[in-house]
Design a protein around this ligand. Structure first.
Ligand code: NAD
Length: 586
């Protein structure tokens, strides 16, 4: 079944990679020289992430001329206005947001103010910009939760009125979203837990709400699977970059999904708790999620069963199985059984959907055990006996997200849910070791950084290694016979190596020593080359992913690869010989 209408578009280029922030030269080259405003927060400056991003942009033509680092969690109107004022004062023509959802949303709305002027409140609403372009925007998430880097929305708090103002504009979709798991490594476990639950809420609400979209369904279910396998792991092992990467990817997929399908009652309640009681957004979502799932269950039973399945709840479908056997002629005479068995299917689906809700309750308790995440609104900081319950309910009932909930949100039900979140006494639950075992995770261990401190070190190490290849009886001859001249450029001209096999012997040139025209030029980062010579990189994939930019007769060069196989054992040996054993990749 399809909805009457859906659309899908993602103008944002999303790039993912461990250490991606150090590989931006080609990615941003076509923006030309720019004066960028970096929007971030004080915590991220202190954690060294702002500096890391500045270093990443240093080799590009984008100059980070101003840094706005005053974004608080749940950014406010004043913050956005101050940020836009700084951008205007410094003549910025590009905005880079580095941070969690609060920072990314600030960058979006500050961009709007810089172009359109006026006060923040004047722009509240949906799609008021028409075709007016905004400044180019790059968003770099440092939490894995909001997916703001790929959504058309922004949420800014109005503390004077205890509400969070929603904004939706297509132009909020950034030109570039940079997903680098290393930038989420410093996120403390409790924040990892609550932001991860935010992503899970996006995926679940996108899948069940009224504006569900078939194009977003697949993304939502895949996000759920990734979170199932990696959220506990990322909380238990903050340095586990593949788990961090999976969470960042899940958050992004869930963001794309809900940006097309919208969210529902969980968000309605969370926005109200954020506005009235300043409960962090992800935590409010985590607590409200199972209650709202239970409330909505019958309205979307099939879809909640799919969600349970994505969470790992397996269940039988005897009716569907029998139907299929009958269709293909396998079971003559069994047709009368199909109808009753379909009722059994439905029974199992209901059980599975309920198991999905139980799964989320358990997950919250396990996250509380691992990270200290609060399990009720008292622990979350509400100390007035829920005196503002009516205000929370009023705010939730007028929240736009409620319009998309699959079941009409009843005022009494919302009040009951908020009361339950306040009163519950559930306790943290230890996590079984099996839940912390990586499931089918890529063996990628992360890109090494700064293996070569400068061009001279690189030329020394790789120059010596290439000489070794030339002298090796297995490699030297075939290399000579290739008659190729390949130049490797490692992101700066001084760090260039050329292997020329066109003459009577193979010659190795460092930097500017080579003055001819190579047949093929390969540009890559020095750390990438280090991993390549360990035999860790599939060059064809790397070309597709633009980790390597190749000019010239690439297929001819790729035919060299089989010749080079023995080199992968020689490289670690070479490192050991020259006293760099500590740089050998495990
Ligand atoms: P956040 O941006 O408020 O950040 C929470 C805290 O984490 C901050 O103190 C921040 O400094 C810290 N932090 C962030 N990254 C860190 C890192 N790598 N290391 C150490 N500390 C780090 O949290 P959030 O949950 O990402 O964003 C919440 C905001 O996003 C809310 O305002 C919410 O309404 C909004 N939101 C927006 C969208 C959207 O699509 N635009 C979607 C969901 C939520």
């Amino acid at each position: 079944m399809l909805p009457d209408y859906f659309e899908f578009s993602l103008p944002t280029r999303v790039i993912y990679g461990i250490g991606m922030i150090d590989q931006l030269s080609d990615v941003v080259a076509h923006y030309g020289p720019r004066r960028a405003l970096l929007v971030t927060d004080a915590m991220l400056v202190q954690a060294g992430l702002a500096e890391r991003v500045k270093t990443g942009f240093a080799p590009t033509a984008i100059d980070l001329v101003a840094v706005f680092d005053q974004t608080p969690p749940n950014s406010t109107i004043k913050t956005v206005e101050d940020c836009a004022a700084l951008g205007r004062e410094c003549g910025c023509d590009l905005i880079i947001g580095l941070g969690g959802g609060s920072v990314l949303d600030t960058a979006k709305v500050a961009n709007l103010l810089m172009v359109k002027g006026g006060r923040v409140q004047e722009h509240m609403g949906a799609y008021l910009l028409g075709q007016t372009p905004l400044l180019p925007l790059f968003l770099i998430p440092t939490t894995a939760g909001t997916g703001s880097e790929v959504t058309k929305v922004a949420v800014i708090a109005d503390p004077d009125h205890d509400v969070k103002l929603p904004f939706a504009e297509t132009q909020f979709l950034p030109d570039l979203a940079i997903l680098d798991p290393e930038l989420t490594r410093s996120l403390p476990p409790k924040l990892t837990a609550v932001t991860g639950m935010d992503a899970l809420t996006h995926a679940i609400e996108a899948y069940v709400d009224k504006e569900w979209s078939p194009a977003a369904d697949g993304l939502a279910l895949q996000a759920i699977r990734l979170i199932r396998d990696h959220l506990l792991l990322a909380c238990a092992q903050p340095d586990n970059l593949p788990a961090r990467g999976a969470m960042l990817t899940a958050s992004c997929l869930a963001g794309i999904a809900f940006s097309h399908s919208m969210v529902g009652m969980v968000h309605g309640i969370a926005h109200a708790l954020g506005g009235v009681y300043h409960i962090p957004h992800g935590l409010a979502n985590a607590l409200a999620l199972p209650e709202v799932m239970a409330y909505n269950l019958e309205a979307r039973l099939d879809r909640y069963a799919d969600i349970a399945e994505a969470l790992g709840v397996a269940f039988p479908r005897p009716g569907a199985a029998l139907d299929s056997l009958l269709r293909y002629g396998g079971l003559g005479g069994a047709a009368p059984l199909v109808k009753p068995l379909r009722a059994v299917d439905r029974w199992f689906r209901r059980k599975a959907a309920k198991a999905g809700v139980a799964y989320i309750r358990t997950l919250n308790r396990q996250l509380a055990h691992l990270t200290g995440m609060p399990l009720n609104l008292r622990e979350a900081g509400i100390s007035d006996g829920l005196a503002k319950l009516e205000q929370v309910v009023d705010t939730a009932m007028t929240d736009g997200s409620m319009l998309y909930n699959p079941r009409e949100p009843e005022r009494a039900a919302v009040a009951d849910i908020v009361r339950a979140l306040y009163a519950t006494t559930v306790k943290p639950l230890p996590v079984p070791a099996a839940a912390l075992r990586p499931a089918g995770m890529a063996a990628e261990t992360g890109k090494l950084h700064h293996v070569f401190p400068d061009a001279e070190a690189l030329c020394r190490v790789l120059g010596g290694f290439f000489e070794r290849l030339k002298a090796d009886p297995q490699i030297g001859g075939p290399l000579q016979n290739s008659r190729l001249c390949v130049q490797f450029v490692f992101n700066q001209p001084a760090a260039t190596m050329t292997i020329d096999a066109r003459g009577d012997q193979v010659r190795i040139y460092r930097g500017a020593e080579f003055t001819g025209v190579p047949e093929v030029t390969m540009r890559m980062s020095a750390d990438f080359a280090h991993a390549f010579w360990h035999g860790r990189i599939n060059l064809v994939s790397a070309l597709t992913r633009r980790q390597v930019v190749a000019k010239g007769n690439v297929p001819k060069t790729l035919r060299l690869l089989p010749i080079l196989k023995p080199a992968y054992a020689l490289y670690p040996q070479h490192l050991a010989t020259i006293g760099m054993a500590d740089k050998i990749m495990a």
